[in-house]
Design a protein around this ligand. Structure first.
Ligand code: 4NP
Length: 166
């Protein structure tokens, strides 16, 4: 019997050098801790193309390293319409990314795959964005890693229920 196709998750931000590559790295680490590595597959991209081909921002890689995560070699790419067919879940990091992606959706099935990262924030976190750390200091990058780690535990727990009961 062949194993089922992995559930595919795409994290999206503006430049694909700070928030979404961090989300991808943290998702993969949390999924591995939960024994889901064979069942899920993650990628990340940006809505803008300025950084296409670049490695994640060094400040983000340092923050990830401080939190114990390691970088697997991602290079930035831009969101494309075909991603709606290639991913089961598309996770924008803020409402601007969400609007940009939804403006490219072809139908309601495409739009239904889009769920903002804030859906997995704690109840008392009312913001609807992972704050963009690009123009700030190191503490902003550490805060993004902490927020994504908390949120990813909830997202991965939800997927574990869905994929293991399926
Ligand atoms: P990201 O952060 O969307 O989290 O990758 C940014 C990266 C680049 C720029 C802004 C935000 N930029 O203006 O170049």
């Amino acid at each position: 019997m062949s194993s089922p196709a992995p559930y595919r998750v795409l994290f999206v931000c503006l430049g694909n050098i700070c928030r979404s590559p961090a989300a991808e790295i943290i998702f993969n680490a949390v999924a591995a801790e939960e024994g889901l590595t064979a069942l899920v597959q993650a990628d990340s991209c940006g809505t803008a193309s300025y950084h296409t081909g670049s490695r994640p921002d060094r400040r983000m890689l340092s923050a990830l390293e401080r939190a114990g995560y390691s970088y697997g070699g991602h290079r930035a790419r831009t969101f494309r319409r075909a991603d709606f067919s290639e991913f089961d879940l598309i996770v924008p990091q803020d409402e601007y990314n969400e609007q940009d992606i939804l403006s490219l959706s072809r139908n309601s099935a495409d739009a239904a795959r889009v769920r903002g990262m804030w859906q997995w924030f704690a109840e008392n976190e009312r913001e609807r964005s992972v704050p963009d750390p690009y123009y700030g200091g190191a503490e902003g990058f550490d805060a993004v890693v902490a927020l994504l780690t908390r949120s990813m535990r909830k997202l991965v727990a939800e997927l574990k229920d869905k994929l293991i009961q399926a």
